[in-house]
Ligand binder design. Structure first.
Ligand SMILES: Cc1ncc(COP(=O)(O)O)c(C=O)c1O
Length: 445
């Protein structure tokens, strides 16, 4: 269960955007609104042009900034592309809200932003009624707050359940909390080409279980966990479920209220295109909220922020999960993507995501499988997120070469290449170009 660590800007690093800026517009020309179908192509079941021509969301690709020398961006599941509207939004912010309204903007807008944006994410992507979602901190910090608060809300229970293939930060946070609070970590062994199932959870939960942490979509395999069924199993055992939605928010329709999920956390720099280091969000079920005391008590989460009084009393609502001054600058870019999601609709986004991943599977089967590449992502639609993971012993070096050629998937050790497809910005042609480049790289010696 190793996970490669890597420097930002390397193929397996967290920040593809750290690559130097490149000359204009190869991707812009690679992603026209709807390329005309080439009659020759219509006979080719693996062609891309007719797929792009038939894509009802194709016009959304023009909403993103050109990506310089990049001809195929396959890492939207790691860092979403910036939107064309975002530079003007940032400029207006600096000159207006910050530049001239100055500190008055806290009263006029910024104090409300964490909950206002939380409500927008909740409505657009989470199936969450207002008042339950807030934007703050990083995913890691919010996971810490969520799990600590949930553990404390189940006194007398001392087990935290997590699977052994979860993202490193999730595992590390759980281990740290267990050490700090004298809790026990109950590890579930999962197949790394799949993810955790309700049956596996049922086998281990019981009267000692306080919290079960579930990754909705596995960062490694792209497996989509059955979150409603797992939530039911966890609740039958009297425990709480915390969901990590990093790889599902914005691409997989999620109904947190309907499913009864207790707490959920996710990031905004992948499919919500908030930019590198954009703050995360936390959802907490309204009727559970009064029981949740988060551990990083700060003035911005207090009932009366400017009372400057002795003693901490948490805000009654979701703002209690805020600790310090909200990262206002980091909350700007995601607003443009939320506009786009509202416009496109999450169901249509999911439909394109499935069409893109289906197409990626078809190309991989035809072009890469004969070269020894295997797939590590479930084939069933209902068990798949928006990336397809393929494996080959040479992928570490292949991905490094591809990056230099403007084809940008990412690498996860020991041998996995992830093809991450962000439905509003990825074209079918990019998928074809990307998989063809992988084939060529493997064919070279
Ligand atoms: C499933 C999952 N959880 C958490 C994180 C990262 O947390 P943070 O935003 O604090 O870096 C990632 C980052 O890719 C992730 O994939």
């Amino acid at each position: 269960m190793t996970t490669a660590s890597a420097a930002p800007g390397s193929p397996s690093g967290p920040a593809a955007s750290d690559s130097p800026a490149a000359p204009a517009s190869a991707l812009a020309s690679a992603v026209p609104a709807a390329p005309p179908a080439d009659p020759d192509e219509l006979d080719d079941p693996l062609a891309s042009a007719h797929r792009d021509a038939a894509d009802p969301l194709a016009h959304h690709t023009a909403l993103f900034l050109p990506a310089g020398d990049v001809v195929s961006y396959l890492d939207g599941n790691s860092l979403g592309r910036p939107m064309a509207a975002t530079p003007a939004r940032l400029d207006a912010f600096v000159r207006g809200e910050w530049g001239t309204r100055l500190i008055r903007s806290w009263d006029e807008r910024w104090m409300q932003l964490p909950t206002e944006l939380g409500d927008r994410i909740g409505a657009a992507a989470l199936g969450a009624a207002p008042g339950q979602t807030v934007v703050a901190d990083s995913t890691t910090v919010l996971l810490y707050k969520a799990i600590r608060a949930s553990l404390a809300a189940r006194p007398g229970r001392h087990e935290i359940v997590i699977d052994d293939d979860q993202f490193p930060t999730d595992r590390f946070v759980v281990e740290g909390i267990a050490r700090e609070r004298g809790a026990t970590v109950r590890w579930l062994n999962v197949d790394e080409t799949r993810g955790v199932t309700p049956e596996q959870v049922r086998e281990v939960v019981g009267p000692d279980t306080a919290v079960v942490l579930v990754n909705h979509v596995s960062y490694r395999s792209g497996f989509l966990a059955d979150l409603p069924a797992i939530t039911e199993v966890v609740h039958e055992a009297g425990a709480l479920v915390v969901a990590d939605l990093c790889h599902s928010v914005g691409v997989v329709p999620t109904e947190l209220d309907e499913w009864g999920v207790d707490v959920a956390v996710g990031c905004t720099y992948k499919y919500l295109n908030g930019g590198p280091g954009a703050p995360a969000f936390l959802y907490a079920r309204a009727d559970l909220l009064p029981e949740l005391d988060q551990p990083v008590q700060g003035w911005m989460g207090a009932a009366d922020v400017f009372a400057m009084a002795p003693g901490y009393e948490p805000a009654a609502g979701i703002r209690r999960f805020v600790s310090g001054t909200p990262p206002v600058v980091g909350m700007l870019a995601m607003q443009d993507m939320l506009d786009a999601i509202d416009e496109a609709g999450i169901e249509a986004i999911r439909a394109k995501s499935l069409a893109l991943t289906d197409y990626a599977f078809d190309l991989v089967d035809a072009w890469l499988a004969p070269l020894g590449v295997t797939t590590a992502t479930p084939r069933e639609h209902e068990r798949r997120g928006s990336h397809v993971t393929v494996r080959h012993p040479r992928f570490r070096e292949v991905v490094a070469t591809l990056w230099q050629e403007g084809v940008v998937p990412d690498f996860r050790g020991p041998d996995a290449l992830r093809i991450g497809l962000s439905p509003l910005s990825t074209t079918f042609d990019e998928v074809r170009v990307g998989v063809a480049a992988i084939r060529e790289a493997l064919q070279r010696d």
